[in-house]
Design a protein around this ligand. Structure first.
Ligand code: B12
Length: 372
């Protein structure tokens, strides 16, 4: 299967639709169920696409093409996947607000279809209002939410809170890469919520709800906690020792987003060395990074774990550096956040946030030196 996935990766990177199709057909002929092809062939190949993007070996356009070809292959597999026997149940499946990644959620929708459910897939970036109107209009038997980027955790949290308020009896399942290493305690506001690792676990869960004549995928283990590299240990201890910020301050930080981001953007744009700081990545990428920083920190200040912050900082520094940012950019960015926080928030809120930002200021150069 690894070999099939490696060949599939070559095909999608070469934009070779015919080769991708042949590999899917070979997997079917070898007896793999469509959901197994999703898990064992498509998913690892797309993860490898992401690693190549992070290492600046391929462009965002290549990511888009890899997705489009994979979605085309998924559509081709549909007749093999759809179960002829229907349970009459409906699942509403959505990627949370802010999330442009949709393939994992679409696989989840197909998993329901394979086990006789109907799935209403709302696609990427499902605004909370939209989720709400679909829940009240369609009255699904279950809602499944997908999170790829942990910076969107606060959007997931909000969606779950709204569902707990308006559809308490409707079970919710949440899953996706963005959950790894995050503190998910806040999600327990919903009395009937399950965190599910992958399609194997999901198919086992669906088969429990609606026992199905077909054979579910073999069960997998629980959501694996990421292994943190030993070199992270001192950083994790330092983050754990930071004073907690408090929900009120996290709310104020989030609400001041537009003003904070504009302030940080203008400070960095005004620098004479700005082009050297962002290099070939360009100023637009820098502005996007500031928006992402704010979104991630809004979630992390509420529900973050040390490994969630450390993992994101390590990833951000590595990925943006390979895309052209100078290592000196990070200190200037964090300095700009400290100044913006002082200007845009109350003195008490700024005092609560300062230890976290001061820690990032001195930790980022050390994180940049860690081996990849
Ligand atoms: C394609 C892609 C894109 C496309 C998405 C197109 C689309 N229509 O989906 C585009 C170009 C838009 C994109 C944009 C970005 N991306 Co992108 N992207 C990817 C890539 C290569 C593949 C995503 C994918 O389809 N994976 C395959 C699916 C099947 O995997 P999955 O979502 O994990 O789903 C599986 C399980 O998690 C589970 N699951 C998922 N949801 C649920 C829900 C439930 C209920 C259950 C039970 C299970 C479940 O089921 C699936 C099967 O096992 C990933 C690499 C990766 N590691 O995934 C990067 C990746 C996710 N992207 C990344 C980044 C940084 C970005 C950008 C910020 C920058 C960029 N690259 O342009 C933007 C952000 C946009 C946004 N706001 O969302 C990073 C995230 C890093 C991080 N740690 O946060 C990754 C990991 C790349 C990397 N290695 O650096 N991206």
């Amino acid at each position: 299967m690894q070999e099939l996935s490696a060949r599939y990766l070559d095909a999608i990177l070469a934009t070779d639709k015919a080769a991708a199709g042949r590999i899917t057909d070979a997997a079917l002929t070898a007896g793999l169920a469509p959901l197994e092809i999703y898990e064992a062939v498509f998913t690892p190949a797309l993860y490898a696409v992401g690693e190549r993007w992070a290492a600046n070996q391929i462009t965002v356009t290549a990511e888009h093409i890899a997705t489009a070809l994979t979605e085309a292959e998924m559509t081709r597999l549909l007749p093999h996947l759809l179960s002829p026997e229907r349970t009459g149940r409906l699942a509403l499946v959505a990627s949370v607000a802010g999330e442009q990644h949709r393939v994992g959620a679409r696989m989840v929708a197909d998993c329901f279809e394979a086990l006789g459910w109907d799935a209403h897939f709302t696609g990427a970036d499902t605004a909370i209002d939209r989720l709400l109107s679909d829940v009240s209009g369609l009255r699904p038997d279950l809602v499944a939410l997908s999170l790829t980027l942990s910076m969107n955790l606060s959007q997931l949290q909000r969606s779950v809170e709204v569902l707990a308020a308006v559809a308490r009896d409707t079970p919710v399942v949440v899953g996706g890469q963005g959950l790894r290493g995050m503190d998910l305690g806040g999600l327990s506001v919903h009395p009937n919520l399950r965190v599910v690792a992958d399609l194997r676990q999901l198919s086992a869960l669906i088969s429990q709800i609606t026992p199905y004549p077909g054979t579910p995928l073999p069960a997998s283990g629980p959501l694996a906690e990421p292994q943190t590299p030993p070199a992270w240990a001192p950083f994790l201890a330092e983050i754990a020792a930071l004073p907690t910020v408090g929900l009120g301050v996290a709310d104020a930080f989030e609400a001041a987003g537009p003003a904070l981001i504009a302030d940080v953007n203008s400070q960095l744009e005004a620098r004479l060395d700005r082009d050297a700081l962002v290099g070939t990545a360009g100023l637009e990428t820098m502005r996007t990074n500031h928006t992402h920083h704010h979104r991630f920190m809004s979630g992390w200040l509420r529900q973050g774990t040390p490994s969630g912050l450390m993992g994101t900082l390590a990833w951000v520094i590595a990925a943006y550096t390979t895309h052209g940012f100078a290592l000196t950019y990070w200190a200037h960015e964090i300095d700009a956040w400290l100044a913006a926080i002082d200007r845009r928030l109350t003195p008490a809120e700024a005092a609560a946030l300062r230890p976290v930002y001061r820690w990032m200021l001195q930790a980022m150069p050390r994180i940049a030196e860690l081996p990849a």
